[in-house]
Design a protein around this ligand. Structure first.
Ligand code: 3H9
Length: 704
């Protein structure tokens, strides 16, 4: 028992404290950065409520969060570890049955278990600007602390299905309209907590036990959602489980809770949960780089050189983030094309509701400047070159930039393949030179490879990461090599696909198998979209240095010789017209002819073998990229493929998949495939070492 009355705050532990103010007991949660419902938060809340319940002066309790948000969810870092009492669902039930009424004050991003705590209280007040949601499905699980039972009781089955299977947060206004919360207030969380406690006591806020309410059955909504998910997310496990759990909300609450728990455990045990949570952490881990402590240089004005698709996309991304851009091109015609592309991109953003028409007009009239003279970039802070991939062209540009740019300006190249060290050496200021490799369309794709050359200064690297943050992109640090992390690995595994094509699998079979694995598109759909001419140019460039032992498949080159560059020319591996796309019979004839020429009798490939060879090749080259220090950690490679190459998120990325397969099995596969082609299929030393030690790539992430 605590002595009463209390004044000031009493700490339960490092995360929870309480205070007494008149008849109200206020409980504060303080567990930075996002007040995740860790073990100390759960025990802290329970002990604080118990302490307050024991005080006769306390007639009402209010819970609020300190810092930037109320509880943003269960502590994801505890997942997969032995659960510690009290579990979040137990805490929620404990709050709901409290005889002392409890109001919760929400602010920031009240998500997952945070919202579930609030739903179990007797009233909910949100500060203006709060976003509430149940994003568990994005982590491969379902709301497991009563969310699937309490949301339908407060807001109906349809809202519950939308929120729980969609995972997207909603505004406080929407939450109020649906009945999820009781009021929107303004002020600081503590003051609102105090006022709300008084209002709950006075009866101006409703005082209800959510679990005591009934859910109105809605079989049509359940059926529609199941069918939609079958169609749109056929490979995902947890969305259907979410629907099952919401369906159980028509049962008496204790039975519904049991069913929710059973389904939650199924999701927790699924490899998709591990993959999706790995993906979540990978996107945050990538910013932990050796240069993280350097202060980024100030970036107030940016120059973009080149108004092609890439340059215009980069300029659009910068403009959308509110940065002023000076676009340069060789001539007015080039500038006109660039301006037209940027305008089209911004129009698209207006159509998608990301930008108002007024803001677009404002950007075009006041934020975008253009020039045909590189001298116009003399007072910009960062210049991104995005011109044709030809060293002689880049040389001319960087020589000029070295002359015209102000001291301390960051000089970046968007090259996909060229050596940043060579580009840096063109200038008298190599410490200021860096690679910023965007992915097309640059205003939409989230990945940015920050390519660090030998002499790049730490604060220039930090500037690249700071820029990515402003653009809301995922920046991944890469060392210098042909193709950096992503394109280098892609070039390698693309060969494995080509070998299968040459030996008997059709492009369509390979694409279908990889889509079945979860990729958004198969590799031949990707090259058709990117343009076969791009890889044709790279093949020609590499021809001189291609090792004699390498098996070379010329099929794509033959297509290019016919002028078939993929989607943009109406045909490539597929034919594209008004009716959609279908395999190109002429491409298949070329494949047959090349097999004949090489004396290959085609054999059948199962989807399983296609996936196995494709993934083994990807992991093989990923291991080499790690061995050479091009990527800092396996998790960086995962982030690259998840955000730039359509890798299925629920599989966590290639190196996470490597651990799921197991290093010993990967070595066995490579040695097996090496019997056909010992040059291509070589076991990397790192992979062999992990296999021999019984280790994992995940351990390399932990070492940081
Ligand atoms: C759940 O609730 C299950 C229950 O239904 C059932 C239980 C039985 N846990 O993103 P940021 C870390 S599932 C642990 O950069 P922002 C994050 O790793 C959960 N750590 O900030 C990072 O650490 P570091 C449902 C977490 O302002 C730091 O906080 N909830 C958690 O851009 C800052 O994060 C969710 O899925 C967590 N739950 O965005 C919400 N959340 O600095 C997941 C964050 O060491 N979180 N961290 O790299 C988010 O969506 C965003 O973090 C948020 C803030 C919007 C909250």
């Amino acid at each position: 028992m605590h002595p009463e009355p209390l004044t000031g705050e009493t700490s339960i532990n490092d995360a929870v404290s309480f205070e007494l103010t008149g008849a109200a007991g206020l409980i504060a949660i303080d567990n930075p950065p996002v007040n995740a419902a860790s073990h100390s938060v759960r025990t802290g809340i329970r002990q604080a409520v118990e302490a307050l319940q024991d005080m006769s002066a306390v007639k009402v309790i209010a819970i609020y969060g300190k810092g930037r948000t109320f509880i943003a969810g269960a502590d994801i870092r505890e997942f997969g570890k032995p659960p510690l009492d009290p579990w979040l669902p137990e805490l929620c039930n404990f709050l709901e049955i409290s005889d002392t009424p409890i109001v919760c004050v929400l602010h920031g991003t009240t998500l997952g278990g945070g919202l579930e705590v609030a739903l179990a209280c007797h009233a909910r007040v949100a500060l203006k600007g709060t976003r509430v949601g149940l994003p568990e499905v994005t982590l491969g699980i379902l709301p497991g602390a009563g969310g699937t039972q309490r949301v339908p009781r407060l807001a109906g089955i349809r809202t519950a299905l939308d929120m729980i299977t969609g995972g997207k947060p909603v505004s406080a206004e929407d939450a109020l309209a649906s009945g999820l919360i009781d009021r929107i207030s303004e002020g600081d969380p503590r003051a609102v907590a105090l006022q709300s406690a008084q209002d709950l006591l006075d009866g101006t806020l409703p005082n209800r036990r959510t679990g005591a309410l009934d859910t109105k059955p809605d079989p049509a909504a359940l059926d529609e959602t199941r069918k939609k998910l079958d169609r749109t997310q056929p490979l995902l496990f947890s969305p259907q489980k979410c629907v099952d759990a919401v369906a159980a909300s028509s049962l008496p609450v204790t039975e519904g809770m049991k069913e929710e728990r059973r389904l939650y455990e199924e999701c927790m045990a699924s490899p998709q949960r591990a993959g999706l949570i790995h993906a979540f952490f990978s996107e945050r881990a990538v910013s932990k780089i050796p240069e993280a402590s350097a202060t980024p240089r100030a970036i107030d004005a940016i120059g973009v050189i080149g108004g092609g698709t890439m340059g215009s996309g980069i300029a659009t991304a910068l403009l959308l983030a509110g940065l002023p851009v000076t676009l340069t091109e060789r001539d007015q015609a080039g500038l006109d094309r660039g301006i037209a592309t940027i305008t089209g991109n911004l129009d698209g953003a207006v159509k998608r509701g990301k930008l108002t028409a007024g803001a677009r007009d404002d950007i075009l009239s006041s934020k975008l400047k253009t020039s045909t003279d590189l001298g116009a970039l003399s007072d910009t802070d960062l210049i991104i070159e995005a011109v044709f991939e030809e060293m002689s062209v880049k040389r001319e540009i960087f020589e000029t930039l070295d002359k015209v740019c102000r001291k301390g300006a960051v000089l970046a190249s968007n090259t996909s393949y060229l050596d940043i060290n060579d580009i840096a050496a063109i200038t008298s200021r190599p410490a200021d030179v860096i690679g910023l490799h965007f992915f097309s369309p640059a205003h939409i794709m989230r990945l940015l490879e920050v390519v660090v050359a030998d002499k790049t200064a730490d604060d220039v690297v930090a500037t690249g990461f700071a820029l990515a943050k402003r653009l809301k992109k995922i920046a991944v640090r890469s060392g210098v090599c042909d193709g950096f992390i992503g394109n280098r690995i892609m070039t390698f595994y693309k060969k494995a696909a080509d070998y299968m094509m040459m030996d008997g699998a059709s492009p369509e079979e390979i694409d279908t198998a990889m889509r079945g694995f979860g990729f958004a598109m198969g590799p031949y759909q990707v090259v058709d979209l990117a343009g076969l001419d791009i890889s044709w140019a790279a093949n020609k460039r590499r021809a001189a240095t291609r090792p004699a032992e390498e098996r070379y498949i010329p099929i794509a080159d033959r297509l290019c010789e016919n002028g078939w560059f993929g989607r943009k020319t109406g045909q490539g591996f597929y034919i594209y017209d008004d009716t959609g796309s279908r395999p190109n019979p002429e491409a298949l004839a070329i494949i047959d002819a090349e097999r004949d020429k090489a004396g290959i009798a085609p054999r059948a490939f199962t989807a399983e073998e296609i996936v196995s060879r494709f993934m083994t090749a990807m992991i093989l080259e990923g291991s080499r990229v790690l061995e050479e220090g091009i990527a800092l950690r396996p998790i960086d490679i995962d982030a690259v493929f998840l955000n730039g190459y359509g890798f299925p998120r629920f599989r966590g990325g290639p190196m996470h998949t490597a651990d799921a397969i197991g290093a010993a099995e990967l070595v066995r596969r490579i040695e097996d495939y090496a019997r056909e082609d010992a040059w291509y299929w070589q076991v990397p030393a790192l992979l062999r070492q992990i296999a021999e030690n019984g280790g994992s790539f995940a351990e390399m992430n932990d070492r940081g």
